[in-house]
Design a protein around this ligand. Structure first.
Ligand code: FE2
Length: 428
């Protein structure tokens, strides 16, 4: 007998609804009986959303000690340097506990967080490592040692990276474009790969997050990935300089990224506001080449990056907002591209994080997300509420959709944003 039967679930890319059986926390083959049945009424059901790139240690610090008036990356870095002085373990944990709850409510159950290690006491790393233990299996949390001020250019940077690894981070980061020289940048990438490879960890580097077309550390990442045989375990995040590379160089690079089997993370919320700041008109979008990377068969996922911090004052941890912005900013409003956006916040992120038993097939963990919308297009259009979130087959979040009325011709009537009703879902 099944523990739970979900009726009326519409899976991505399918027009008919189907039933999903759940047994012992896993998706199961269907059986005749179930202890409990829930009718989802045609809701789009995806696997749990994946957040592959967020800076949890900085969340909810917007306005502390002051607001970023220009909205620039550099004013953000200056404000963060002031805020870091008052950081405590409990301060970090309290803010992160809040955002993890927001993420779960949004259907996010797998999170990779970068954590700043440029602090001799490593307070943020200690806080996040403790919190990862505290939350258990409620949310899967991966931590990246992230050297905000650089590895080679920050006093004791290499030691702090090693200590963060000893404290138990899962992934090794770097920020080569921020190092004092190009040579330091290359050295920092090689340092990160050596550390990760020695400890059996993955790599996720903030790489070329600048509009400078001379910033080309990603080629060193590809070379190190190939040399060390780390294909599938390496992610390059941001890579906004790729927007400005000449096409001949980009062509060669993208071929090498494919050969290296690297994962890419694009962060449309932060980078749509931060890039192009040194341009007069025309202002470059400064965004990595998502469509070219995807069409080359490279795994690209979408990250949120910031939630209410000195760099980005908005957001509530919902990957659907990031996908919505990428639909515009990355010109991905084509019908099948909207579906691809959903893949980029689910399966693609799962692949970058190396998740197992992820998906909708029998044997996968029953970590699911049901939208208050029938199709991928409607889910993105409305940034539709997650009406039900299941983890291991148990309901862990639910949202009652808002009820809206208008008064028209003197009569109050319901508004349904899913209207006009469609008789059938043509090629949903
Ligand atoms: Fe980032």
């Amino acid at each position: 007998m099944l523990d739970l039967l979900l009726r009326g679930a519409r899976l991505p890319g399918e027009s008919e609804t189907r039933e999903i059986g759940i047994k012992e926390g896993l998706i199961s083959e269907l059986e005749p009986d179930a202890q409990q049945t829930i009718d989802l009424g045609g809701a789009l059901v995806t696997p749990a959303l994946v957040e592959p790139h967020i800076h949890l240690d900085a969340v909810l610090t917007v306005g502390e000690p002051r607001h970023n008036q220009t909205g620039s990356l550099f004013e953000g870095i200056a404000i963060w340097a002031e805020r870091v002085r008052t950081l405590t373990v409990e301060d970090v944990k309290q803010r992160v506990r809040t955002v993890l709850r927001w993420q779960l409510a949004n259907g996010v159950q797998f999170v990779r967080s970068h954590v700043d290690v440029c602090d001799p006491e490593l307070k943020a790393v200690r806080a996040l490592v403790e919190l990862r233990e505290e939350i258990g299996d409620q949310v899967h949390l991966q931590l990246v040692a992230f050297p905000q001020q650089g590895i080679m250019s920050f006093d004791g940077g290499q030691d702090l990276m090693r200590k963060a690894v000893d404290l138990g981070v899962d992934v090794v980061g770097a920020i080569p474009h921020f190092e004092l020289t190009r040579e330091y940048g290359v050295d920092s990438v090689k340092f990160a790969f050596a550390l990760a490879s020695n400890k059996g960890l993955r790599v996720d580097i903030h790489c070329d997050e600048t509009d400078d077309d001379h910033s080309r550390f990603i080629e060193t990442m590809a070379a190190e990935t190939i040399r060390l045989g780390m294909g599938g375990r390496v992610t390059a995040s941001h890579t906004t300089a790729m927007h400005s590379y000449n096409n001949a160089y980009a062509y060669r690079l993208i071929n090498n990224l494919k050969r290296a089997q690297m994962h890419m993370v694009t962060n449309p919320l932060d980078n749509s506001t931060l890039q192009g700041r040194f341009d007069s008109y025309p202002i470059r979008r400064g965004h990595t080449r998502v469509k070219e990377l995807l069409s080359a068969g490279i795994n690209v996922c979408i990250g949120h990056d910031s939630v209410m911090d000195p760099w980005y004052p908005l957001g509530y941890g919902d990957p659907m907002q990031s996908a919505f912005v990428l639909a515009h900013y990355g010109q991905m409003s084509g019908h099948s591209e909207l579906r691809t956006l959903m893949d980029m916040i689910t399966w693609n992120g799962a692949s970058a994080l190396g998740l197992e038993k992820y998906g909708l097939l029998p044997g996968c963990r029953a970590d699911l997300c049901a939208f208050d919308a029938p199709t991928e297009m409607d889910a993105i259009r409305l940034i539709a509420p997650r009406k039900l979130v299941l983890r291991g087959g148990k309901i862990v979040a639910r949202t009652e959709p808002a009820r809206t009325t208008v008064t028209w011709d003197g009569r109050e009537e319901m508004v349904d944003f899913l209207n006009p009703p469609r008789n059938q879902l043509r090629d949903p």
